[in-house]
Write a protein that binds this ligand. Structure first.
Ligand code: GSH
Length: 205
């Protein structure tokens, strides 16, 4: 099993899952240039990470990869539980992170063409984006006031939210008023699998 990743990107989530599973795997650091080469695009035409290779089988998209790994290794309980309803709850939070939270970061990482050269507009877009991110994060913060993790036990949904909080630090979205999330970030960061992956990717623990 091979996983292509970009340092600190959303591919951190399946990398953590592979570490929790504990079976041999190879994590390959890609560059932004490499994921646009014909060789890589033949495996993932979207030119993005994560990409999982299981022999000849190539799979992109976080949710698909995590669900595939869960089906292959159910005992690892990467969704935090084996019960249908508990797994569904973790899946709901995974979707919240992957489909709703993740995409709001686009305005930070890729500014729209119409804003090019207009610094005032770029700042306004970033301000509005930060507010949207904080509104979504406050929903998770509220849930974490009553729970240690998003699901019943630590799961890939937590790994995703943790990855997103790292992006907040990187781009300066200050969520320090969301006290439950601050504690959550510390808690997930202490997990042995998470620490091992941060070390492998050369990221600060
Ligand atoms: N929906 C996709 C999103 C993948 C994605 O946005 N990957 C980013 C890193 S977080 C990427 O590879 N960006 C490089 C690029 O688009 O050039 C998934 O869940 O796998």
């Amino acid at each position: 099993m091979k996983l292509y990743y970009l340092k600190g990107a959303c591919s951190l989530v399946p990398h953590i899952a592979l570490e929790w599973i504990g079976q041999p795997y190879e994590a390959i650091e890609a560059t932004r240039e490499f994921i646009k080469t014909p060789e890589y695009l033949a495996l993932n035409p979207q030119g993005a990470v994560p990409l999982l290779l299981d022999g000849d089988f190539a799979l992109s998209q976080n949710v698909a990869i995590l669900s595939y790994l869960d089906d292959l290794y159910p005992d690892a309980q990467i969704f935090g539980s084996k019960t249908v309803q508990d797994k569904a709850k973790a899946m709901k939070w995974l979707a919240f992170c992957n489909a709703d939270l993740h995409k709001t970061f686009g305005a930070f990482f890729h500014q729209p063409a119409y804003a090019e050269g207009n610094e005032t507009l770029i700042q306004q877009i970033r301000q509005a984006t930060a507010e949207k991110i904080l509104t979504l994060l406050s929903i998770a913060d509220d849930h974490l006031a009553r729970h240690l993790f998003l699901g019943e036990r630590i799961s890939v949904a937590d790994a995703y939210l943790y990855t997103i909080l790292r992006w907040c630090h990187l781009i300066g979205v200050d969520y320090s008023d969301l006290r439950n999330l601050v504690a959550f970030y510390q808690r997930v960061g202490q997990n042995a699998g998470v620490q091992s992956v941060l070390k492998q990717q050369g990221l600060p623990v």
